[in-house]
Design a protein around this ligand. Sequence first.
Ligand code: DP6
Length: 359
Amino acid sequence: MADNKVYRASTTAPVNIAVIKYWGKRDPKLNLPTNSSLSVTLSQSDLRTHTTASCSPSYPTSDSLLLNGSPQDVSGARTQACFRELRTLRQALEASKPSLPKLSTYPLKIVSENNFPTAAGLASSAAGFAALVRAIADLYELPATPTELSKIARQGSGSACRSLFGGYVGWDKGTAADGSDSVAYEVAPAAHWPAMRAVILVVSAAKKGVSSTTGMQTTVATSSLFPARANETVPRRMKEMETAVKAKDFETFARVTMKDSNSFHATCLDTEPPIFYLNDVSRAAIKVVEEVNKEAGKTVAAYTFDAGPNAVIYYLEESEKEVAGLFKAMLGEKEGWEGARGSKVEANKSALEVVEKEA
Ligand code: DP6
C-alpha cells in the first residue's frame, strides 16, 4: 500500500538587525559577501516568522510555499538552492539508514507567517529563510549544527544566516571560493548582555523601492566609496564591535553602529543611479537620537537603518524612559510614523525553537 503519511515540522525564526551591515556580494550565485557583518537578534515575541514544513507522497508533484496566505514562486535560484542542499543532506541520511522513509523524494509544502510587514526593510527575508531552512532540517531530522545550516540559509538570503543564532551574531565573509567558510557564528549569547533593547520605528510598512539584492549589486559596480568600506572600514569596525559587545561597552557599540549605518547609506547615495533609503522622517529620527544623547551627556541611544526608511534604535534598559519614552511620545505628535515595536534582544539560548513536530 502506498505511504500517504504527511510528515511535518514547525519552527520560528527571529529577525536580526545588523549593526555592521552586509552590503555587496563577491559571488552572487553562492551569495558570498564582500564584507563580514554583525547583528543583534530581536525577541521572537515581537518579530518572527513561523514556518511549517511538511512533505508527503500524496502531495501534488511540485514543491510549494505559502507566505501569509499567498502562494509564492519557488522556482527562483535561492529557494531552489535551499531545497536542493537540504534534500542532499537527507539523501545521505537515508543512504546510511535504509529503514528511514524516503522524505527526500516527496514534494515539500512550506507554510510561513510573518507577524510584521514583509519586505519593508524589517529583515523579513532573514527570518523567512532561516525559518524555512530550520523547519526543513527538522522535518528531515538532519543532525546539522546552526553553523552548517547558516551556510544553506545564506544562499536563500545573506542576512538569514545570522538568524540561525540568538544574541550577538557575526557572519564571517570567508575566503573559500565554494563558500564553505562563509558562515554565521555566535559573538555572545543574549544572556551576556540582557539589558540591550531595540525599538523599531515603522516609518513605512510599504515594500521597499530598491531591493537589497539589486541595490548592493549596483553599489559594488558603481560606487567609488565602496572599496574602502569593504576592505578597510568594515574589517576594522568588526573588531571594534566584537570587543564592545564582549566588554558590554554601550558607548562604543552605539558609536560604531551609527557610523556604520551612515557609511552604508553613504555608499548607497554614491551608487549610480543613487539609492535613497532614508527619508525626512528617518532623518528626523537621527536628530532625535542626537538630542537624546546630548541631553544625557553620553551616548544612550544608537540608530541604524537597513534598506528602508524604518529606524531601529538600540538602547539599554536603564535608559528606557529617556529613549523609548521620547520616541513613543514623538509618534503621537509627528506625522509620518506608522508605529513602533519595542523589542528585547532574543533571550532564548537557541534563537530557533521547535514548537511542534510530528512524524
Ligand atoms: C541592509 O540579506 O536582504 O539589511 O542576500 O541579497 O537577500 P540578499 O540581501 P539581504 O541584505 C540585507 C542588507 C541589510 C544589511 C544587513 O542585514 O546586514
